[in-house]
Design a binder for this molecule. Structure first.
Ligand code: PLP
Length: 402
């Protein structure tokens, strides 16, 4: 069992997990309590998942009611919650259908598979390649991993799926040089959530729109981390004018239950045949019932504006910190997916950033890392300005004493 400080060292997990982990017991709003009773302000939200905060009665009621009615029935039947949620998602853009899954990885896997089927059936053989970008993260199954060009994740598991190529993120000339009609799809994040929070420029978005169209290549926006209000817009694509054919969603969609969605346009749907792809659990009625609550909350009038306002406030707090501490660098991201570069120890940036995160935890703040040295702040979208100030004050004290 966990020790007094809430840390469990004797975990039944493999070496791909940390050797010790904080055992979280429960949460309320943006606050968490560990198994030893210590309280934390949560700037991580289960890695940008818990958009509406913890301890919600509406979630508990919906899960309880739906569980009594029906937990699972598979995709050889339909359920009302999934149909309702599917329609809302389809109507959120130029889409015809949705494919529900269980994770971001699976949403991307679906997008990549469908892109290949579309390319094969509309352009013919030899048009199966995927283009992704440096520092991207799209998941860990073979397709999604093959477009995640990070040696740490790929090397031990090689060979990757053939035809996955990489261009430099935000580099229009490199995109122009590499993209041609032999590609089925380009897959891209507007903000590289795991890759240091690098943010797509408007110029790069324009080039992606133009070049994908010119070469008859599908544009997939991976909005697993950025979608559904995280950036103060329904989709981050809107903030830079990106016009994707396919959008993938996951993290916040199921309110913390595993639920993902691949939003598919008519032309791709028409290229897919019955039974070619599927999932046992994807779009189950309990997950979809929470998805409906998430959708209802984030589409309430003023919700996106409130995220934008809190984002501006958080950015101003981070700017103050940057002014005070020379070892803080770029402020990155958008909305409530913001980060600040921590340059205290350029020889070992990961270790130095981990030290800040450890100290924050010891002082009651849970914060994330992105890339090697970016402190990532991705709280529940329902956080208050006062709570943002409390968290950045904790960071300030750590920076002052480190
Ligand atoms: N795509 C992006 C942009 C992500 O941030 C993540 C996870 O962090 C994934 C895909 C993979 O999602 P999952 O871990 O749910 O498979």
């Amino acid at each position: 069992m966990a020790q007094k400080n809430g840390i469990e060292q004797n975990l039944p997990y493999g070496k791909h997990f940390a050797s010790e982990l904080l055992v979280i017991d429960h949460g309320e709003g943006v606050w968490l309590w560990d198994s030893a009773g210590n309280k934390y302000l949560d700037f991580g939200a289960g890695i940008a998942v818990n958009a509406l905060g913890y301890g919600r009665d509406d979630f508990a009621k919906a899960v309880s009611e739906q569980t009594k009615k029906l937990v699972h029935i598979s995709n050889v039947f339909a359920t009302e919650p999934a149909i309702k949620l599917g329609r809302l998602l389809v109507e959120s853009g130029p889409f015809q259908v949705v494919h529900f899954g269980n994770s971001g990885t699976e949403a991307n896997e679906t997008a990549l598979k469908f892109a290949r089927a579309w390319a094969l059936r509309t352009k013919g053989e030899g048009h199966h390649k995927f283009l992704s970008f440096t520092s991207a993260f799209h998941g860990r199954s073979y397709g999604a991993l093959s477009v995640t060009p990070n040696p740490k994740y790929q090397e031990p598991f090689k060979p990757m799926v053939p035809g996955a190529e990489t261009a430099r993120f935000n580099d229009v000339a490199d995109l122009e040089a590499k993209l041609d009609s032999t590609f089925a799809a380009v897959i891209v994040e507007v903000i590289q959530g795991e890759g240091g929070l690098a943010t797509m420029t408007q110029k790069f978005a324009d080039a992606l729109n133009t070049l994908c169209k010119k070469n008859d290549v599908l544009l997939i926006a991976d909005e697993v981390q950025t979608g559904l209000g995280r950036t103060g817009a329904m989709y981050a694509s809107e903030t830079v004018g990106l016009k994707p054919d396919i959008i993938t969603l996951a993290k916040p969609l199921g309110g913390g239950l595993p639920l993902s969605a691949t939003l598919i346009p008519k032309k791709v749907n028409e290229a897919i045949h019955m039974g070619e792809h599927g999932t046992t659990f994807g779009g189950g009625p309990v997950c979809a019932s929470l998805g409906l609550i998430v959708w209802k909350e984030i589409t309430k009038p003023g919700f996106m504006e409130s995220v934008q306002k809190k984002s501006a406030y958080l950015e101003s707090l981070l700017l103050e910190l940057k002014k005070e501490f020379a070892f803080l660098g770029d402020i990155r991201g958008k909305g409530l997916l913001l980060g600040i570069e921590y340059n205290k120890n350029p020889d070992n940036p990961e270790e130095a950033t981990a030290e800040v995160i450890r100290r924050a935890r010891e002082t009651g703040l849970l914060v994330l890392r992105s890339g090697k040295n970016v402190l990532r702040i991705a709280p529940a979208l329902t956080i208050t300005e006062e709570e943002l100030k409390t968290g950045t004050d904790i960071l300030k004290n750590i920076f002052a004493s480190i």
